[in-house]
Design a protein around this ligand. Structure first.
Ligand code: SF4
Ligand code: SF4
Length: 398
């Protein structure tokens, strides 16, 4: 396929958390807030005057220092972030919002705080307790936390306008981004998709890592370009299977590239930093308070295994089944960051349930944070693709 005009530009932006657009917005007086987890409603961090940046650690090499503080038996994403903090890589941030959703994340943030690794005068880390259940109580708790711990603090320290009007503007911006990403993502349903999973992963991740208003033009142009893009003619030779990727957070499109190079086109993304959930519009109504609607969307849509009510455990499987059917996947890849508690049990159970009860071929892998060059991962995906092909030859549906 012809290269997307702005893909290289976007790829370059992803090489650094403090990228050109983040710097530009900050020079224009915007407050930058680092976030690490889907459970904090992204919309409330993108009010006029501030914006959120998903904290990543691109080009991570050694994690020795992070490991020293957190031990080698913890999630590498958290260790990589701590390492990057120790190197001074998050000095540009004005604040970090730290959810208590995952204890390893909380541990990482506590280290950053105790070691005083971000030195801006007004810098703060706000620890936010997130709900364990996605029911009405959970929503109410999230509303309270969002108001007390996030909005009030942003207003108090940085003078951010947290009024309903400001929230409405943030929702409008969020919706604009979501409309474009959804339009682009829909092409993955095509029999011969005009966009690869890797390209989509780059475009989607960009929307979490840059001030949204500064990427809109190029995103719109990309959506326009895709309307007439000719798909590859040798698609079937290159990709011998279509897969949905689910699991713990993935902030590195290189993982998707590796899977595709091994022969499986990634047609749907069900992980944090992906589009399901995260890039769905919020259509506001006049009856319910805006903050409530924002928190409802976050809590109800959230697919985090931290939610342990039985109906949500079941719903997570149904959601993946439904997405995989909608995007015409042949199989599922459950990937999990090594030592991730939540996805440890979710992946173990889902691997069997999705295979035995739902009939999907499933590849189940744990992985390091930096995975782009993993020969082991490549081999496992190749073997999975072959097993799907054999099933098809033998006449199985999936
Ligand atoms: S898997 Fe759960 S805890 Fe981890 S980032 Fe996603 S929402 Fe947060
Ligand atoms: S991958 Fe798992 S352990 Fe690591 S931060 Fe996310 S939820 Fe926590």
């Amino acid at each position: 396929m012809k290269d997307l005009k702005h893909l290289y530009y976007f790829e370059n932006l992803l090489q650094d958390v403090n990228n050109d657009l983040v710097r530009q917005a900050q020079e224009e007086g915007q407050t930058v807030i680092g976030i690490t987890c889907y459970q904090i409603p992204e919309i409330i961090l993108n009010l006029p005057g501030c914006f959120s940046v998903r904290m990543r650690a691109p080009r991570t090499g050694s994690m020795e220092m992070g490991t020293y503080y957190m031990t080698s038996l913890t999630c590498e994403y958290c260790r990589a972030m701590l390492e990057r903090s120790l190197e001074g890589g998050y000095q540009f941030l004005d604040a970090m919002i730290s959810p208590a959703s995952c204890s390893q994340l909380a541990d990482c943030m506590e280290n950053i705080e105790v070691l005083k690794l971000c030195k801006k005068e007004k810098f703060f880390i706000q620890h936010v307790d997130t709900p364990m259940k996605s029911d009405e109580n959970g929503v109410n708790h999230m509303i309270k936390m969002s108001r007390l711990k996030v909005l009030n603090k942003l207003k108090e320290v940085y003078g951010i306008d947290t009024s309903d009007d400001a929230l409405k503007k943030a929702v409008a911006l969020h919706n604009e981004v979501c409309r474009i990403i959804t339009e682009i993502g829909e092409y993955r349903k095509e029999e011969n998709p005009r966009i690869t999973g890797y390209e989509f992963a780059v475009l989607c991740l960009i929307t979490y890592c840059c001030p949204k208003d500064l990427i809109l033009d190029k995103l719109r142009e990309t959506a326009e370009e895709l309307k007439t893009r000719e798909p590859d003619k040798d698609y079937k030779k290159k990709y011998r299977a279509r897969v949905l990727v689910a699991g713990s957070e993935c902030d590195d499109p290189e993982l998707i590239k590796l899977i595709e190079e091994a022969g499986a086109l990634v047609v749907a993304d069900r992980y944090c930093f992906g589009s399901f959930p995260g890039r769905q519009e919020l259509i506001l109504n006049e009856e319910v308070d805006i903050l409530t609607q924002i928190c409802q969307q976050t809590v109800i849509q959230c697919q985090c295994p931290r939610y342990m009510n039985t109906d949500r455990i079941q719903e997570r499987k149904d959601y993946i089944d439904q997405l995989a059917k909608e995007y015409h996947a042949d199989g599922l890849i459950y990937q999990q960051m090594k030592f991730c508690n939540f996805w440890g049990y979710e992946r173990a159970a889902s691997t069997h349930i999705m295979r035995d009860d739902y009939g999907w071929p499933v590849l189940s892998v744990d992985r390091p944070y930096v995975v782009g060059n993993s020969g082991q991962m490549r081999t496992r995906v190749q073997a999975f693709v072959e097993s799907i092909e054999i099933k098809k030859i033998q006449g199985g549906d999936r």
